[in-house]
Design a protein around this ligand. Sequence first.
Ligand code: GLU
Length: 416
Amino acid sequence: MAEHGSIFGAMLQEFDVAARILNLDPGIWRILTHPKRQIVVSCPVQMDNGEIEVFTGYRVQYNVTLGPAKGGIRYHPDVSLDEVTALAAWMTWKCAIAHIPFGGGKGGVVCDPTRMSRRELEALTRRYVAEIIDAIGPEKDVPAPDVNTDAQVMAWVMDTYSMHVGHTSTAVVTGKPVEMGGSLGRREATGRGVMIVTREAARHLGLAFEGATVAIQGFGNVGSVSADLLARAGTRVVAITDWKGGVYNAKGLDITAMLDYARQHKTIDGFPGGDSISNEDLFAMDVDVLIPAALENQVTADNAGSIRAKILIEAANGPTTPDAHKILHERGVLVVPDILANSGGVTVSYFEWVQDRYGYFWEEREVNERLERKMCEAFDDVVQTSMKYKVDLRTAAYIVAISRVGTVTKMRGMYA
Ligand code: GLU
């Protein structure tokens, strides 16, 4: 059903490997390989120059068997329905593996936020939310930040929704500012989860975590927090690249200085604490751990052969193509799949939603302790499954997810 080169097609390939091993009921197989609902909207916005532009937006609710659809909203020029559908499917599996009561969803708007003013971004966000307003809500579909969206964008989402329903509804969105119902620890949660699974993966391989060398692609919310927490945890982060350039320092990069530099320059390119490197250099680096924390399709059949890391942690969604994954597996690289590795974000989103609905907020220590426990449980479930079925961690992660969603699909039965 999906075309060649499609991201949803890659998701289906990964799914099918696990479904075959599980000998999945063909009816359940059919249900789980179709998105429940795909919404396409046009969002007219008056730009600062007075002209009206129309932006295309998507919201896909892939599966809501275990609970409300859950997943971020992405602003990027390359957003497509194919990509958003794949990301919504991955959210479904991610929430099932994290063992939180959510289905999977994702949103995206085709735009280039780097060329838009704050006012234009606010107008676009509010119009996009107004266009999908009937489909979202604390019990229906709960958006969150993703590529190029942040707590401020979530504040606009919450306000627009609240104005429409006539009362303040904090639980309609997660990743909000802490002052208005956000959770402590949510901003750092994906990176914290990445640090935890990196530590667990090293332990699994019998490799020393302290002093392990790390290379990271991406210095956005996920890449930068992962770098910071990994450095604080005692690893040596030696290389980082972003959309513009990259830096290498064999002694370990000064991440605190880099965070300051990136705040000022919007890139790490030109950071004085190391030598300049390309993305290609980064992937081929002789490090223990490689962490793609940017966009899809970065590790491909063309560069997978040059990767020398022992562990690859997929902090981004879909960074490795199925062909590349096969090459890495054959070469003995331990790949910790996205739907496990980056699930710290949505796990703390779940904590935020629970706190909003309770109207009672936790201390940061409690959030982080609960996240630690959830990540370790998810990691153990996937590792145990991989040993039981003698499969790689990605296939094991899909087996866990498909079993959990499939079981409930059967229990609930067909309506009408
Ligand atoms: N956008 C993040 C992800 O891809 C978080 C989603 C959420 O918290 O709902 O997992």
